[in-house]
Design a protein around this ligand. Structure first.
Ligand SMILES: [Cu+2]
Length: 375
């Protein structure tokens, strides 16, 4: 009875596993994603070599086992050979079978070792593109050190991303093909890890340390990855999207990014009086991308870590204290200093938005010059 119950369980389990495995298979396929860099290709080849050898061994071992069970079965009256160990094969197989296995192991290990060396030793090379990668709770910051371009990359909301929710970002990391790229990984708060499988590496971002990896992308395309180190509440909202483009297109993209950055800086520096509706409009967009993941779109926060801004003492009290906490953060809490990340106009717009939303009605239109004076 007991064994029949067991069998009926496994009969039910099989279709269940098939059904649950199908959607996963549709997205990820059975094998590694197609490699996009020289090293990822090497890793892929080691993986395929290992899989090939394992498959041959599996077929060989099971072939021998099933053949022996069938050929030497008791029902055919087979008499066990009492002197097998005295034959030539019986004596020497204990030496050469382990030797062959060790040879296979060393073949796999040496090719893996070669790839590891290539992966971990960043080549000293002219024309390297240096990209500093900083993990934040909960977004990525990429700085092109020589080009002086800085981008922030945040997960799109469920409505914006649709099918690609948690796999898509607002600003992609654009990289050129055919040029070695050095990534310098660090973190502004807790440990994160940059992981884009098609690039072939995963590297921890540790606060206070810079660790290096490198890649040379050989195929244009869009490659998706994610943060691979559990880093807090919105760990899942740290996807990475790499867009590999031709070197010409990359040069154009750098110029566009620089122009956009210069225009934003000029706008922030212009000493003009901003009207409340203009500040509110700018502030809403900035608040929703930079502040809402903690303080929430509705300003109600998430107790106990993220305090509400709605009816809060800071957002309805004196503007100077409000500007101060946004500029300098709050030590000992998750609130970071924003002064290095946002310009005067952006901070003025965010503070204005927080002081005039969700029922807060101070009527204050905080100006960029107020922020500048408080820096
Ligand atoms: Cu993270």
């Amino acid at each position: 009875m007991h064994s029949r119950m067991k069998r009926s369980y496994s009969l039910w389990l099989l279709p269940f596993l098939l059904v649950t495995a199908l959607p996963a298979q549709a997205e990820y396929g059975l094998n590694f994603p197609p490699p996009a860099t020289t090293i990822a290709r090497d890793i892929y080849n080691v993986h395929m070599l290992t899989m090939g050898i394992s498959t041959l061994l599996l077929i060989g071992v099971f072939g021998v086992v099933f053949f022996a069970i069938w050929k030497f079965r008791k029902s055919r009256g087979y008499e066990p050979d009492q002197n097998f160990h005295k034959t030539w094969f019986g004596t020497w197989s204990w030496i050469f079978v382990p030797a062959v296995v060790l040879g296979i192991d060393l073949t796999i290990a040496s090719s893996a070792q070669k790839v590891l060396n290539k992966l971990w030793v960043v080549p000293e090379q002219e024309g390297m593109l240096d990209v500093k990668v900083t993990g934040h709770q909960w977004y990525w910051e990429f700085e092109f050190l020589d080009e002086e371009v800085r981008i922030e990359s945040r997960a799109k909301t469920e409505e914006e991303a649709g099918e690609l929710y948690l796999r898509d970002v607002d600003h992609r990391l654009v990289l050129p093909t055919g040029r070695p790229i050095r990534f310098m990984h660090t973190s502004a708060d807790v440990n994160h890890a940059m992981w884009v499988p098609a690039l072939g590496f995963k590297k921890d971002a540790i606060p206070g340390y810079i660790t290096e990896t490198w890649a040379e992308i050989d195929t244009e395309g869009v490659y998706r990855g994610q943060c691979a180190e559990l880093c807090g509440t919105w760990h899942a909202k740290m996807p990475i999207v790499v867009e590999a483009v031709s070197p010409e297109r990359f040069t154009e993209w750098v110029a566009e990014a620089k122009a956009a950055q210069a225009a934003a800086d000029a706008e922030a520096a212009a000493d003009i009086e901003w009207a409340l509706p203009k500040l509110m409009e700018k502030g809403k967009g900035l608040y929703n991308t930079k502040c809402a993941s903690c303080h929430q779109i509705n300003g109600e926060g998430l107790a106990p870590a993220f305090p509400p801004l709605k009816d809060s003492a800071i957002a309805t009290g004196p503007a100077a204290a409000h500007i101060d906490i946004v500029l300098n953060g709050k030590p000992g809490s998750a609130m970071p200093p924003w002064k290095g990340l946002l310009n005067d106009l952006e901070i003025a717009a965010i503070v204005t938005y927080e002081r005039n939303s969700w029922g807060n009605d101070t009527g204050d239109a905080v100006q960029p010059r107020d922020v500048k004076a408080a820096r």
